[in-house]
Design a protein. Structure first.
Length: 245
């Protein structure tokens, strides 16, 4: 049976805080003994905070392109400039919407630049994605002795509402390739690849939430996956395979 165990009692994370210690303390406080079928899902927000990925919008001077896009999207031109700085390209711009391809390859709103839950007294700050989420997941996984997924909220084409996806992963196959296996009728699976990292991220988000829940991590218990470990980077579809641009 699959269980989701929220890790509570983690205080506001600040730049320089050691996530390994904070997460280990949370597990010990709740008397959680790590099992072989446990996976720890950590939200991107506390990873970015610990890494100090804040930008003071008061220090940002928007360029002409940022001003133009800000007029189109009705967004703060300083925020748009930060999005441009984090992006490889702008995919779509419309009133209230700015979709970008982040430097890590993710196609997402505002290149992951976020102003929600950035902490008290930071209303003029924005928070960026971690520099190397797969690397951070590997460091956490090695220290804690458990597979780790770093999750973030994503919108999806043709669907309303956000789910969560894995932007970092270690110790598990973030993408599970089942091509070559057979179904119950003996038919060979030809295209089936399972986004395990995304499934785990979304399952955990039922506990971590999207608003003021204040739960930055959760343990998903009861999952076993076959296959070599693959980082979350394997979940990013290459640009030359993007049929919808």
């Amino acid at each position: 049976m699959i269980q989701i165990l929220p890790l509570t009692g983690i205080s506001e994370v600040l730049p320089g805080d050691e996530l390994i210690a904070l997460l280990r303390e949370a597990l010990q406080r709740q008397a959680v003994d790590i099992r072989e079928d446990d996976i720890l899902v950590v939200t991107q927000k506390i990873v970015s905070k610990a890494e100090g990925r804040f930008v003071d919008l008061g220090t940002v001077t928007p360029c002409a392109e940022a001003v133009r896009l800000a007029e189109t999207t009705q967004k703060d031109p300083r925020l748009v400039q930060v999005v441009l700085d984090e992006s490889e390209s702008i995919v779509r711009a419309a009133p209230g919407v700015l979709i970008a391809r982040h430097r890590l390859g993710h196609v997402m709103a505002n290149a992951g630049v976020d102003q929600s839950n950035v902490g008290p007294e930071k209303s003029e700050y924005a928070l960026l994605l971690p520099i190397n989420p797969d690397g951070t997941a590997a460091r956490l996984s090695s220290a804690l002795g458990i597979p780790v997924v770093i999750s973030d909220s994503f919108g999806r084409p043709w669907r309303v509402g956000v789910t969560s996806v894995a932007i970092g992963a270690a110790g598990l196959p973030a993408l599970q390739d089942r091509r070559g296996e057979v179904d119950r009728d003996g038919r060979v699976l030809k295209v089936t690849q399972v986004a395990v990292g995304d499934l785990l991220a979304t399952a955990a988000s039922l506990a971590t939430g999207e608003g003021a829940e204040g739960i930055p991590a959760a343990l998903v218990r009861g999952c076993r996956f076959v296959g070599e470990a693959r980082p979350a980077a394997h979940l990013v579809r290459p640009a030359d395979q993007d049929l919808f641009r």
